[in-house]
Design a protein around this ligand. Structure first.
Ligand code: CAA
Length: 281
């Protein structure tokens, strides 16, 4: 496997492009927005500088990583030679299905199609293609260059050779693969999001303030970030959408987003990306 196409140049897409390019893969980074692409390359460059300043890579490594990335504004051209295409677009199943169907049309027959979805059913995405056996979930964590986990999700029809290939590939990226089944929220978000939601309930009930709730989880549970700080980092809109996908997918209101979370999203308080969430940035 040499050629990897990444569809979507947002936070996750640029992180995924970064780690593959750093390991010598030829990466085609695809986004319809030129502005998003420029921002992505800048972010990758800054994150490579962090690695240089820590002494984990050299300036030559940075140059070769950036050289391994080519930007495209069309899926049609960007996936033509892909061995693996990873979709990292917005967390919306209609958008993702359209992307999957387009990749399926233009990528070589042998190409594996992966989604970085955090909660949408892999079987649903696979149904938009003519190759459901070659569709799999490859869920990276943010910040991608730092986090070791890749949650690998087998859809109902994912072929076992495809899972084996993706497990091997994940190890080549120096990451740890954890294989799970295709259930709403998989494992990472099924456990993470109820914790974040509960922290928001505790805040809205006035049990304590945001900083204290976060401090309790950081000091008491050795979490690197408290749940409210982490929600701001992930994006409150993303948290809300994942909770709704689980609420609907399990038909269980225990996953219903806290009213305060809904109000904050409605008010445009989305966390770090909008400048305000549970904290101001
Ligand atoms: N790119 C590259 N490197 C980065 C980085 C980035 N965006 N952000 C931080 N780093 C590196 C730093 O250079 C530093 O490297 P060294 O260890 O070599 O010194 C290291 O990460 C730690 O960074 P800092 O010292 O600046 O800051 P920190 O100690 O506060 O750590 C953090 C930052 C890694 C983000 C840490 O707070 C953390 O692990 N937070 C939790 C992150 C988490 O839970 N992510 C999962 C979110 S859920 C998700 O992604 C999936 C979903 O579906 C919603």
């Amino acid at each position: 496997m040499k050629n990897v196409s990444v569809i979507g140049a947002g936070t996750m897409g640029n992180g995924i492009a970064h780690v593959f390019a750093q390991k010598g893969f030829k990466v085609n980074l695809i986004d319809t927005q030129n502005e998003a692409m420029e921002k992505a390359i800048n972010t990758i460059s800054k994150n490579l500088d962090r690695q240089i300043s820590k002494g984990t890579i050299t300036a030559d490594n940075k140059a070769s990583t950036l050289q391994n990335i080519t930007c495209f504004t069309s899926i049609e051209l960007g996936v033509k030679e892909a061995d693996l295409a990873i979709e990292a677009a917005t967390e919306n199943s209609a958008v993702k299905k359209t992307i999957f169907s387009t990749i399926d049309q233009y990528a070589p027959a042998a190409c594996i199609l992966a989604s970085n979805t955090s909660s949408i059913s892999i079987a649903q995405l696979a149904s938009a293609t003519q190759r459901p056996g070659k569709v799999i979930g490859m869920h990276f964590m943010n910040p991608v260059p730092v986090m070791k986990l890749v949650e690998i999700i087998n859809g109902a029809e994912t072929a076992s050779e495809v899972t084996e290939t993706i497990v091997t590939l994940t190890k080549i990226l120096d990451k740890i693969p954890c294989v799970v089944k295709d259930f709403p929220g998989f494992i990472a978000n099924r456990i993470l999001m109820p914790m974040i939601n509960e922290a928001i309930h505790a805040l809205s009930e006035g049990v304590s303030d945001a900083a204290t709730i976060d401090q309790i989880m950081k000091l008491g549970m050795a979490h690197p970030m408290g749940p409210l700080q982490l929600a701001d980092y992930i994006g409150l809109d993303v948290c809300k959408n994942i909770l709704i996908i689980m609420q609907e997918g399990f038909n269980n209101n225990k996953y219903a987003p806290c009213p305060l979370l809904i109000q904050m999203v409605d008010a445009g308080k989305l966390g770090i990306k909008s400048g305000e969430g549970f904290y101001k940035y």
